[in-house]
Design a protein around this ligand. Structure first.
Ligand code: GUN
Length: 293
């Protein structure tokens, strides 16, 4: 049986550290404010936004929730983003993804001022991440994964890390972080995705397997190398026949993989809380940089 990685506990520890830093900055007269924009009524996005706002409260960050109708146009979202860009009280801006289909997400991301881009989605910040600059914003979910590995004493150096999925939010920045020169990286990285034939051929060789493909229970026990560290980034809603209602599940078949892996993250309570903890760190970084500018 694998050790079950407790993302909630690690996130709580990081949030405590961030709360202390936020309070120190507030004592110098600089409060920290995060704007969270939710366009539409996607149920999963509503839950994420609620959790982000709740965590802001816990670490002493002022949250500004902006809710926009599901009929909003790209122009309307851009107007809101521009107003937040120009608002001196706002340190960080996050537009929850995905917006409704009529909204051009790329344009929205481009519109967020790079100094307020706490998701680390904007060109400048993605570029800096790839170059390997230490300062600046951290991609929330991938950095959260690195922190989990660090807390559980898993050193990726020289290991084969396989990332399933190539999204801009997780797969690409995850691969970039793992291959980086540095104390918590130095892995050999393979990225597989929906067009990779025989994914198992790669996953079976992974010392660290990171699933971010958005398919419920995609990673089966026989796809995992015995003793591997399995990180499940997926959050999928499925109908549970036994329970007779919907429940959350990851991209990993937990029941099967827990028997094969040496460590594994659960869903919920694994990577999810870590994403929010890193978002809080980024809001603090934004606030501090604005204060010192
Ligand atoms: N949707 C899923 N993950 C994220 C995230 O980290 N940030 C935003 N803005 N939207 C998301």
């Amino acid at each position: 049986m694998a050790t079950i990685i407790d993302g909630k506990a690690v996130a709580a520890k990081l949030n405590q550290e961030t709360a202390k830093l936020v309070a120190e900055l507030a004592a110098k007269g600089k409060k920290t404010t995060l704007a969270v924009v939710l366009v539409g009524e996607d149920p999963a996005s509503q839950v994420y936004v609620r959790n982000k706002i709740r965590t802001c409260g816990e670490v002493g960050i002022i949250s500004r929730e902006v809710r926009m109708s599901k009929e909003s146009t790209t122009e309307e979202v851009l107007e809101v983003v521009n107003a937040l860009n120009n608002d001196p009280d706002v340190d960080g801006i996050l537009v929850q993804s995905p917006p409704p289909p009529q909204v051009d997400e790329e344009k929205v991301i481009e519109a967020i001022h790079p100094d307020k881009d706490v998701d680390c989605f904007a060109e400048r910040n993605v570029g800096r991440l790839l170059i390997g600059q230490k300062a600046g914003f951290r991609p929330c979910t991938p950095w959260g994964v690195i922190e989990l590995l660090k807390h559980y004493g898993v050193d990726p150096a020289g290991k084969h890390a396989v990332v399933i999925g190539r999204s801009n939010i997780v797969g690409k920045p995850m691969a970039a972080l793992l291959m980086q020169k540095g104390a918590t990286a130095n892995a050999t990285v393979t990225v597989v995705h929906s067009r990779t034939p025989d994914i198992t051929r790669y996953t079976r060789d992974a010392d660290i397997l990171i699933a971010a493909i958005g398919k419920a229970n995609f990673v089966r026990g026989e796809m995992v190398k015995p003793g591997a560290v399995v990180i499940d980034v997926g959050i999928n809603r499925i109908f549970d026949e036994k329970l007779g209602k919907n429940r959350l599940t990851g991209d990993v078949d937990f029941e099967e993989c827990v028997e094969v892996a040496s460590m594994i993250t659960p869903v919920p309570g694994g990577v999810g809380p870590m994403t929010i903890a890193v978002l809080m760190q980024n809001a603090y970084i934004a606030s501090k940089q604005r204060f010192e500018a």
